[in-house]
Design a protein around this ligand. Structure first.
Ligand code: TZP
Ligand code: MG
Length: 327
């Protein structure tokens, strides 16, 4: 799986050569075990045979590759230890391979990270762009300059052509930065604009259907009750939105306000990154952080601002101060 990914996803000659070298190193170990090694296999009576199938989901190719590295590194560790019984050289060679694998893993994952992004647990501000006072492009540029980890394009009024053009522009602005670019609602626009991710509602297209269209997109889903959260988590998105925490008039059909208490229950229930949303501003951000959210979304407070740079800086400063005083 590592080799397949290096060849067919990364298309990387250097990494492919490194895998070949490691395979040669491995062959030089196998000869120590003798020709009859296969005869020691007894798959019918092996107690490992009936062990439960591993049903845990892989979110993307990177996940698959990481687990493959984990398995092969563990195998080398096993050979390194048991090999000591047979011959010191076996053990030394297995250790050398293990450390080559560690280096290869880092390089492979770093390269995969450039095409398959993941969603973190401590992004702070996740800025949603909806009709910003200063214009979409300007606000996106400010967000990138200020090191905002995620921006989302959420515009329910633009026609498809305009929305796609705008999404491509925002993709361009975020392209070589550390800011993820997510498109709200529209999987088609997310794919065509080469966004990093898509954010959909609880009743929108399912996560597994989105993954059929793209194995690369980060997928976020909104939830407004604990029941919805439980059901959405069973779809295995990359992150969930939890809200509205406070009163907001941003949504045309507002969902019931969760309040701090229910938001906390949901945040603590989530076993994946959670983003708090709804009515968040510089007056209540501390309450959001107190709940335990390390990711939070803001629309109105920053989009209506005539000086969004200052608004973002103020929010970031309040977060820094909150964590400084806590530690
Ligand atoms: N989902 C739950 S509340 C909300 C969304 C999209 C709107 C949040 O916007 P604002 O202006 O930050 O309250
Ligand atoms: Mg939606």
């Amino acid at each position: 799986m590592i080799e397949e990914t290096v060849r067919f996803v990364l298309n990387d000659c250097e990494l492919a050569k490194e895998i070949k070298r490691i395979r040669e190193e491995y062959r030089s170990i196998v000869c120590y075990f003798g020709d009859d090694i296969l005869q020691h296999r007894d798959s019918q009576t092996d107690i490992g045979k009936s062990n439960d199938f591993d049903f845990s989901i892989r979110r993307n190719i990177k996940d698959v590759v990481l687990r493959s590295f984990g398995r092969v590194e563990e195998s080398m560790r096993v050979i390194e230890e048991y090999g000591k019984i047979i011959n010191k050289d076996v053990s030394v060679k297995a250790k050398t391979i293990r450390f080559h694998l560690y280096a290869l893993e880092k390089e492979t994952i770093n390269k995969l990270n450039k095409i398959i992004k993941s969603f973190g647990n401590d992004y702070g501000l996740y800025l949603i762009l909806t009709n910003p006072n200063v214009g979409y492009q300007k606000l996106a540029e400010i967000a990138v300059d200020e090191g905002v980890c995620v921006i989302q394009l959420r515009d329910k009024s633009l026609d498809d052509n305009k929305l796609l053009r705008l999404a491509k522009e925002l993709r361009g602005i975020t392209q070589d930065s550390d800011t993820l670019f997510i498109v709200n609602d529209r999987v088609d626009i997310a794919i065509l604009s080469e966004a990093d991710g898509v954010h959909v509602g609880k009743n929108d297209i399912s996560v597994s259907d989105i993954r059929k269209l793209s194995q690369r997109l980060i997928i976020g889903k909104s939830t407004h009750t604990l029941g919805q959260l439980k059901s959405v988590l069973s779809e295995y998105p990359d992150y969930v939105g939890i809200g509205p925490i406070f009163k907001t008039n941003t949504k045309k059909v507002p969902d019931k306000i969760l309040g701090v208490y229910n938001a906390k229950i949901m945040m603590e229930y989530s076993n994946i990154p959670a983003v708090g949303i709804g009515g968040i501003n510089d007056q209540n951000i501390e309450d959001v952080l107190n709940i335990g959210f390390r990711n939070f979304s803001i629309i109105k407070h920053i989009n209506i601002s005539e000086n969004p740079k200052n608004a973002i800086r103020k929010i970031n400063k309040l977060c820094r101060r909150y964590y400084d005083t806590k530690n």
